[in-house]
Design a protein around this ligand. Sequence first.
Ligand SMILES: Nc1ncnc2c1ncn2[C@@H]1O[C@H](COP(=O)(O)OP(=O)(O)OP(=O)(O)O)[C@@H](O)[C@H]1O
Ligand SMILES: [Mg+2]
Length: 384
Amino acid sequence: MQINILIVDDIKANLIALEALLETIDENYNIIQANSGSEALEFALNEKIDLIILDIQMPDMDGFEVAQLLKSNKETSDIPVIFLTAAFKSDEWIKKGFKLGAVDYLTKPIDENQFINRIALYTKLIKLVEDNRNKDRVLFESSKMVSMGEMIGNIAHQWRQPLSVISTGATGLQMQKEYGLLTDEVFEETCSMIDKNAQYLSKTIDDFRNFIKGDRVKEVFSLKEDIDSFLHLVEGSIKKHNINMVVDVSDDIKINGYANELTQCFINIFNNAKDVLDNIDEENRYIFISAFCEDGGTSQKRGQSVIIKIKDSGSGIPDDVIKKVFEPYFTTKHQSQGTGLGLHMTYNLVVTGMQGKITVENETYEYEGKEYTGAQFFIELPIS
Ligand SMILES: Nc1ncnc2c1ncn2[C@@H]1O[C@H](COP(=O)(O)OP(=O)(O)OP(=O)(O)O)[C@@H](O)[C@H]1O
Ligand SMILES: [Mg+2]
């Protein structure tokens, strides 16, 4: 990975000296020079900058101002800034520099050894962070592939039933016509049934395509609709595993976030519940989904966050396991069955992606006069 270092100084000679010094640390650094604060901001916004070494005393815009502007912009706020100054050496200025978020404050004349060691350390850290980010990205993609594979299986399962309805309907029409038994009524009925099933198939494909396309636009969407498309995607599994779904979500709950990613979270949580429910008697297999607002009500007031509760009747998560379920690669399943990424991914999508919260606990509860125990997930999502 190449490290892009932006050096900012209004005096050209300083830039040249600094560049020469940096090149002694690593000749592969890509060094970009800026002669003023505004030029620095422009570079920071338009290029991928990994580290900024910033002079303080400059005409027009001084280094402090530049740092402040960098911090206030979401796109540049994470770039580490090092102040390098000959003039502002007092404690008061150093304090101010760190307060503005600088990672370091160095003074001139430069102590070369100190400078070299520190820059080498920072770039090592930057590389480490970047490596981790790349790993996360790969992890995400592979996790998405896993659930895509699972979903194709789901869809195949889901399609079997309507396809067989369509095909039986069509051959039935042919036969009845051949024997002269076809009435107008049967004809109408069968055609509308075929049409209904074909539309259902097409809806499944739309849901699937929307999911894969994954247009990442933050938007306000209806939670109920999101849950409906999730249910659509897992309908095959629900039937195959004889799971009773109890969904209680009011139509008017809105969420500000990424609809597709929330669908993915539901699928991940559902898949885990499905696995544990396989060990439970068929008539006791339940998944409950409900949602309410911060104040406990089901109709949302402006700016209120939403809490989604998903619980199963799979007898819960053992105490030593529950602490680790969101960790990457943590699984209690056989290698061929689980990668341990489902809930880690869900955590990232909710917490990092949508500034929400997710927690899990075991819950013993009563439903229709019977007692059940299971895992209960809470997802809290802000509305704005
Ligand atoms: N509803 C649940 N009931 C009981 N245990 C659960 C439940 N959900 C998750 N777990 C436990 O948490 C572990 C981690 O779940 P996670 O979804 O992250 O990974 P996984 O299901 O093992 O693998 P993957 O989802 O990547 O295929 C599971 O292996 C399981 O032991
Ligand atoms: Mg899982």
